[in-house]
Design a protein around this ligand. Structure first.
Ligand code: SF4
Ligand code: SF4
Length: 380
């Protein structure tokens, strides 16, 4: 295993591969019933492979993930072998005391007296306002001072502009966690966000390196592109190597469904060095990205410049789901997400009144109302 370190936390070796506990094996397809034996085998394999970073969060597996991590590390006697990361459920915070209440409950769930890496979960511009309004930063500082957390950071899902605001909003950040993979160079924080964070002294934890698994099971067209390389490689290896090539990335989180998968990914993380991808490899990764992009339904970059819509339509979100379904073929999954997160809450594409406010703001020149109507039909 290779180890890297955060610029603000020198001397602390962090494995280049981190174990994500959001998609552990479950019983009977129920996310709330983690398969204890299979899950423990993965944690055990991680330990043997030299992985020393384990990541969980309040809501994962219907709030069972943190409890699983606590039980498992205790049973394996491995608490001191891992840097434990978890995240504050910002969306549940209503007042100042909530920050401490959630953290104290998480320490109980995790069966530990401290969290090594504590993140404010999935920050966005809106949630950042909640953090500031309810004293979240003071709470983080207090928790660091009294030893309940060792290092403070945030994970992120919003526009690049919001990312910069949050990075600049507190000197106490020690790291950030963003979605990054070869398809998402310009999505949310993106490559530019990772570089900006580095310019402010923040190392990055990369999440979704396989885009929820889609980049591990690529279509034949993409397999054909990768097959031009001199050595056979699995699609997941290509995706992980792309992320680990960035020197700003300290660890890449992957949710691995079996011990075998963990060993495969650990082998990649044991050999991938920063800035080592050759021109030939880069051209194949570019080819794979182009293959997917050619199948995008709409050229939306999810920049968010069209927002806010006066009718509350989730414009980039609807286009993103339409594109993901078109590129990766998971139409049912995306349709279900669209229905539950947007259409049923009045922010689906069908809420568009064709007022025309968004269209002039779109740098891609997308005929937004017309394309929204198509997106809605596709996703419904
Ligand atoms: S045209 Fe539709 S999507 Fe665009 S701002 Fe108006 S209501 Fe919103
Ligand atoms: S529709 Fe246009 S402005 Fe809106 S997010 Fe997509 S590319 Fe950006």
């Amino acid at each position: 295993m290779k180890y890297r370190s955060f610029p603000k936390i020198p001397g602390l070796d962090v494995s280049a591969l981190g174990l994500g506990c959001m998609r552990l094996p479950v019983a009977d397809g129920d996310p709330g019933r983690i398969d204890e034996d299979a899950g423990r085998a993965i944690v055990n394999a991680a330990m043997e492979a030299g992985v020393n970073y384990i990541d969980t969060a309040w809501p994962y597996h219907k709030e069972e993930s943190e409890r699983f991590v606590g039980r498992t590390l205790e049973a394996l006697g491995a608490r001191d072998r891992f840097l434990v990361a978890t995240k504050s459920p910002v969306w549940l915070v209503k007042e100042r005391d909530d920050w401490d209440r959630f953290l104290d409950e998480q320490l109980v769930r995790l069966r530990t007296d401290h969290v090594d890496f504590y993140l404010l979960h999935a920050l966005s511009a809106t949630r950042w306002e909640t953090v500031l309004r309810t004293g979240g930063l003071e709470a983080l500082q207090r928790a660091k001072s009294d030893g309940r957390i060792r290092h403070a950071g945030f994970s992120f899902h919003d526009s690049h502009a919001a990312f910069r605001t949050i990075v600049d909003g507190w000197d106490g950040w020690e790291f950030c966690q963003v979605q990054y993979n070869y398809m998402d160079e310009d999505y949310q924080a993106g490559r530019a966000g990772i570089e900006y964070a580095a310019s402010r002294g923040l190392g990055t934890i990369a999440m979704e390196p396989l885009r929820g698994g889609a980049l591990a099971k690529v279509p034949d067209g993409v397999k054909d592109i990768f097959s031009a390389y001199r050595t056979p490689r699995m699609p997941a290896e290509w995706a992980l190597r792309h992320v680990l090539d960035r020197q700003e990335v300290v660890t890449v989180l992957s949710g691995m469904g079996s011990a075998d998968q963990l060993w495969e990914n650990a082998a990649v993380a044991s050999s991938a060095m920063p800035n080592s991808i050759s021109a030939a490899e880069r051209s194949l990764l570019d080819g794979a990205r182009d293959w997917f992009r050619a199948r995008m339904a709409v050229p939306c970059t999810t920049c968010g410049y069209c927002k806010p819509c006066p009718s509350g339509v989730a414009i980039p979100e609807a286009f993103e789901l339409w594109n993901a379904a078109s590129m990766f073929g998971d139409r049912d999954g995306k349709a279900s997400w669209y229905a539950s997160m947007y259409a049923s809450r009045g922010s689906g594409a069908d809420a568009c009144t064709r007022c025309g406010a968004c269209e002039p703001k779109c740098p891609q020149g997308i005929a937004i109302p017309d394309r929204l109507s198509e997106a809605h039909a596709f996703l419904s």
